[in-house]
Design a protein around this ligand. Structure first.
Ligand SMILES: [Zn+2]
Length: 369
């Protein structure tokens, strides 16, 4: 990809959003739909960043084993504390598996290695959990079945010393340490995931909150593609409205709308290449997505009072859509128009090879094991 192409693509996204919306890009009708209730926000873990940093320093030289259990692969690596930072020190394994095939065998190998070496394990899991148990695994049914049959669905029956975190929780832990390094005075952290779906988490008052920003009802003006509208119902807790995920997420939104409008199934990466080639439909779908993503960030921040009294939370974007040239910068620009200073926005792709894996290691280091 040519550098000039990327710059032009970014400028065309930025310009057209200015043309259409004037200075402020926020639509009150969409913004006020974000409340702690509609976000289904719930506290999941204490996380006092100064205390965690202190503990990490005390762990200098210590090694833990971190595991990332994702929808398409499982990865394990050793992490050690070096000069006060939690760093990957040894890759252990990566197993690709459709529906979680092969995951349990890989986990047994990891468990043996950890036990042999007497080191604790942190796991990031892409699905709902409670304590050390897996609640559901829609992306990896085969693994869920195997873990249930062999270990009663409880990771604690497989590992001698274990810390389990949901992937958004693990991600925000790693992101928060980076945020604290760059902006020590921030009013909190908003972690926004846009990939296969649209999710997130918030850190405020030394507590991590899980949230479901993707399942907020979309405002009509963000669901209009030259007369075509997404009709896919949300379905979460029986909701029949169209949620922002079905319009703005890389896979559930952009790829799905592209398929409905063109009859062709393309990956997000292929659609983003069309966008770079000047395709008008690709541009309008990404532009709409970026505006909704900005609303989700602003809406989560507002629900938690993070923008009040000049407060500046750090926003962290995670997920495949932020690989689209100009997308993250545009989200930052939209956010910045309503703030006194430029938005504090970071992208995990710029500072972490695998944010969930890192977060799993931090969870153990933080001493919650
Ligand atoms: Zn939904």
């Amino acid at each position: 990809m040519q550098v000039t192409q990327v710059v032009q693509a970014f400028e065309s996204l930025g310009n057209s959003s200015r043309e259409r919306t004037g200075m402020s890009c926020f639509v009150p009708e969409q913004l006020r739909r974000f409340t702690k209730e509609t976000l289904r926000a719930r506290p999941v873990r204490p996380f006092d960043v100064q205390e965690v940093l202190r503990r990490i320093h005390l762990c200098e030289g210590m090694t833990v084993l971190a595991v990332d259990i994702g929808g398409d692969k499982i990865t394990a690596a050793d992490f050690s504390v070096l000069h006060g930072r939690v760093e990957l020190s040894n890759h252990v394994l990566t197993v690709q598996g459709d529906n979680g095939v092969g995951y349990l065998a890989a986990l047994r190998e990891v468990a043996d290695s950890a036990q042999r070496r007497g080191i604790p394990v942190g796991i990031s899991f892409a699905g709902p959990i409670s304590g050390t148990r897996l609640n559901a695994a829609p992306n990896m049914p085969f693994f869920a079945k195997e873990l249930q049959a062999g270990y009663g669905g409880d990771f604690a029956n497989l590992f001698w010393k274990l810390e389990l975190a949901n992937d958004a929780e693990a991600g925000i832990m790693a992101a928060t340490l980076e945020a604290a390094r760059r902006y020590p005075d921030s009013s909190g952290v908003i972690y926004l995931i846009n990939g296969s779906g649209l999710g997130g988490a918030v850190l405020t008052d030394a507590t991590i909150y899980a949230a479901e920003p993707g399942h907020i009802e979309v405002a009509a003006q963000f669901n209009d593609f030259d007369g075509f509208a997404q009709r896919k119902q949300c379905g979460l807790d029986g909701a029949t409205y169209v949620c922002i995920e079905a319009v703005a997420a890389s896979k559930a939104g952009v790829e799905d709308i592209w398929h409905q409008l063109t009859g062709k199934r393309l990956t997000g990466r292929q659609i983003s290449l069309r966008f770079l080639d000047g395709d008008e439909l690709a541009r309008s779908v990404y532009l709409n997505s970026a505006r909704i993503t900005a609303h989700a960030i602003r809406g989560m921040g507002a629900a938690f009072g993070l923008f009040q009294k000049g407060g500046q939370p750090v926003v962290i974007g995670h997920g495949g859509i932020f690989e689209v040239p100009g997308y993250g910068a545009l989200v930052g620009e939209i956010l910045g128009r309503d703030l006194a200073a430029a938005a504090r926005i970071l992208f995990t792709k710029d500072f972490s090879g695998n944010t969930c894996l890192e977060g799993a290691a931090i969870a153990v280091m933080a001493g919650y094991a």
